[in-house]
Ligand binder design. Structure first.
Ligand code: ZN
Length: 344
């Protein structure tokens, strides 16, 4: 089968790799119907050291169950399933607490001998715990929105949930990438009425408005902070959803949050130290968020997608086949595409 490999910064190749097979009785093999490129894939794409042997990449996919190990129950061949971006048994103590990202028997796609999601098929470890059955057909128009349950919409939702977003909270979302836009949609779904989106790409912030943003702030840094404060009577918002992962984005979040408020970060942090000193202590700020346990949220979010109340799949603005994956990375890195859907 064909799959995507990364050989170093800017070097994505699509090559033939061994077909996935059942290794353990808890495995399944899934033929991929849709996959996509994640904003977090752009970090290695931008900076990874060159290697002789490529590494598999991709962690978001949905597809059809083709083979099942003898210990997997609740699934059958032919089922259409979505996989969250971390695989897990969904039964250990961490999973029981809704923290499948820390599963005692789980792990990441495209690491060790586990396949990546950007390929024609994937061996799924812990298939019974990992995969969630989707009651739609292979040609469903809902596939793009259902695919966002693998990562990007669940990540936006996690950001809003951990920040404590609800009908009485005002919200600032930092970042107009796919996760930021999904965070807007999630905040709106949780009842927030005032949602300020910080972003400067008009096509994206327009989609953010469709998703529920009430205000858009294009300024950055101190100017951006000042603008959010102007919009909120000088106070800032109860919650800030930081969906970028850089230090300037976190600094802006600290500046835009109201005293007593919460900053949640779901952008993979590209920094080691957090700028929380005495002023933030004095203002009783909370910093939360982290890697989203997507598996914990899929069943809850699924009905709204199936019944068309939300359409997070609108973040995909380009579709490529396997041959188009390297150019898909380039297009996302160049900010030409917001999020690229892969149809193997
Ligand atoms: Zn577990």
């Amino acid at each position: 089968m064909r799959a995507t490999l990364i050989y170093g910064a800017g070097d994505i190749r699509v090559e033939n790799v061994p077909d996935p097979k059942i290794h353990r009785p808890t495995d399944a093999v899934v033929r991929v119907l849709r996959s996509c490129i994640c904003g977090s894939d752009l970090w290695p794409y931008g900076s990874r050291e060159a290697t002789e042997h490529g590494d598999r990449i991709g962690h978001e996919f949905l597809g059809i169950v083709e083979e099942l190990g003898s210990d997997v129950s609740g699934l059958k061949r032919g089922d259409l399933v979505v996989a969250p971006f971390v695989w897990s048994d969904n039964t250990c103590d961490f999973c029981a607490e809704g923290l499948q990202t820390s599963c005692r028997h789980g792990g990441f796609w495209a690491s060790d001998d586990v396949d990546g999601g950007q390929g024609e098929a994937v061996r799924v470890p812990q298939a019974q715990g990992t995969l969630v059955k989707l009651p739609v057909a292979e040609d469903s128009a809902l596939l793009p929105s259902l695919l966002t349950l693998s990562d990007v919409f669940c990540t936006g939702h996690h950001c809003a949930v951990t920040a404590g977003v609800g009908p009485r909270t005002t919200v600032t979302v930092v970042g107009d990438g796919a996760v930021g836009l999904c965070a807007v949609l999630a905040a709106k779904r949780l009842g927030a009425e005032r949602i300020i989106l910080m972003g400067r790409h008009k096509v994206r912030t327009d989609l953010g408005r469709d998703f529920g943003a009430t205000d858009v702030v294009a300024e950055r840094g101190e100017e951006g902070i000042e603008r959010v404060r102007e919009l909120t009577g000088g106070d800032g918002t109860h919650t800030v959803l930081e969906c970028v992962g850089t230090l300037p984005a976190l600094r802006m979040s600290v500046g835009a949050v109201r005293a007593g408020g919460t900053i949640s970060r779901v952008g993979a942090p590209q920094y080691d130290e957090v700028p929380l000193g005495f002023p933030e202590f004095a203002n009783n700020l909370t910093l939360t968020g982290g890697m989203a346990p997507a598996r914990a949220y899929i069943e809850e979010l699924l009905p709204d997608v199936l019944e068309g109340r939300i359409e997070p799949g609108r973040v995909f603005d380009r579709t490529v086949d396997m041959d188009g994956v390297p150019d898909g990375y380039r297009a996302m890195a160049d900010r030409e595409a917001l999020k690229v859907l892969v149809k193997p």
